[in-house]
Design a binder for this molecule. Structure first.
Ligand SMILES: *Cc1c(COP(=O)(O)O)cnc(C)c1O
Length: 298
């Protein structure tokens, strides 16, 4: 499988601010991985695409909302490895393709729009769209193979880090970070969903028995009203973050992650001398759905 090369990924120390309790913050800039398959999506997809190829499938089908980073990443990654791709998109009301879907289509994804009611019935969808050479990938790449790929992120995270903090949607990335963590390292997930009550089983279903007793916690105070909600206060904070620390973030995941980390540090959530690695999981393409000029960065 043609690899994506990782040469543009780097670890950015946040030096322009002195945090209380000698806490240190670094950011793993996976947004630099690739312009289209950015952030965590490549790691979640790679073993699943490999599996599809090994099992002699010729196409991959998956699910997502109209702004899904996973849909775009799957479209591109499939094209790169020579698989056809099918995207089942939530909601049939869309009159015009947005930037995310246009990009997916450009990379050859066959898009099917389904009502929200049908979207919730994944089994019926699979029966409707199935063909024998089709490999199904869950929404957001949720699977054990997906979580296994995320362990690769530890090539940039050495043992001096005490806390690994990531945004949480399906929990696949968080599960992979838990799998790869050392005993003294704690994985902290910041949920972008409102009322994310079933997170623990979602994460633990991807873990082995011994991994379930590793150190991890979920924080759910930073969803800003719910999935993809982006009040003006958040947009302003994102622009400030860029101006002060040269760190661009997206409205759905990484802005809420970084906001949460700064706030948690202020509230002494992390013990003195903690060394935190925040995972910048990409997703910047989602900002293109906002009017031009919203951000001081692109
Ligand atoms: C998809 C995505 C996530 C969520 O990852 P999960 O594994 O579903 O929890 C986080 N950040 C970005 C930028 C994403 O695109």
């Amino acid at each position: 499988m043609p690899p994506i090369d990782y040469k543009n990924v780097f670890v950015q120390p946040i030096t322009n601010i002195i945090f209380p309790n000698a806490v240190q913050l670094h950011v793993l800039r996976l947004d630099k991985l690739h312009p289209i398959v950015s952030g965590n999506k490549w790691f979640k997809l790679k073993h699943q695409l490999q599996d599809a190829i090994v099992k002699k499938n010729t196409s991959v089908a998956t699910f997502g909302g109209a702004y899904s980073n996973h849909i775009v990443a799957t479209a591109y990654a499939c094209k790169m490895v020579g698989l056809q791709s099918i995207g089942i998109i939530r909601g049939d009301e869309l009159k015009q393709l947005n930037n995310t879907l246009l990009t997916a289509k450009k990379y050859g994804m066959d898009l099917h729009f389904v009502t929200r009611a049908l979207y919730d019935d994944k089994q019926l969808i699979q029966q409707t769209f199935n063909s024998k050479n089709c490999y199904w990938i869950n929404e957001g790449g949720y699977s054990v193979l997906g979580a296994d790929g995320v362990k690769e992120m530890y090539q940039w995270i050495d043992k001096s880090f005490t806390h690994i903090v990531s945004a949480v949607g399906t929990g696949t990335m968080m599960a992979g970070l838990i799998k790869g963590a050392l005993p003294h390292q704690k994985v902290v997930g910041i949920s972008v969903l409102k009322g994310h009550n079933n997170w623990q089983s979602e994460v633990e279903n991807l873990l082995g028995q011994a991994e379930k007793s590793k150190q991890f916690e979920l924080i759910s105070d930073y969803h800003f009203g719910g999935y993809a909600k982006h009040p003006k206060a958040l947009i302003n904070w994102m622009n400030g973050l860029y101006q002060n620390h040269n760190l661009p973030t997206d409205i759905i995941y990484t802005s809420k992650l970084l906001y949460g980390i700064f706030d948690l540090i202020k509230q002494n959530h992390f013990p003195p001398n903690s060394k935190i690695m925040a995972i910048h999981s990409g997703g910047l393409q989602g900002n293109l759905s906002l009017p031009q000029g919203t951000f001081v960065f692109d």
